[in-house]
Design a protein around this ligand. Sequence first.
Ligand code: NI
Length: 172
Amino acid sequence: MEILLLGNELLHQKALPVKQITPEYQQIAADLVQTLHDGRGLGLAGPQVGRMERIFAVHIENDVPRVFINPSIIETSPETVRYEEGCLSIPGLYADVIRPQTIKIQAWNECGKPFTLEVTGLLARVILHEYDHLEGMLFIDRIPEQRREKIVAKYERIAMQKERRQKARYRV
Ligand code: NI
């Protein structure tokens, strides 16, 4: 799967519920997990690969890969944590984001089985980050505007340099 990058409009659109979890979703889930492994990410959501559906995959160290379809966050703890985040759609850009420490989430897996999970720490953070993608929200939308403008400008400068280098390489 090809990962869409910052600047693509689809990353700012809300994803639609999956109507029916057909066997096809097992392959989609496997592809999402494979793509996040290839990119050395911790999570990947449908909109990031141009699938505007409410599905994401998460895989953190010392845990199994997990797939969430039509998820709802049913509880969030008042305790919050600040932690540095990145995103496969904004390579090379990292920033601190404040999020609830513990969450309870309800969803269906790729086989259509419903489940409820209470998680804390990194897994909770990654799930909330991916859930945001379904809402058309990126982690940079959760940091103060002044700081966001600064780091996005830096990201665009680096992206432009990269593009220029690539063009130079093809000029031969
Ligand atoms: Ni992301």
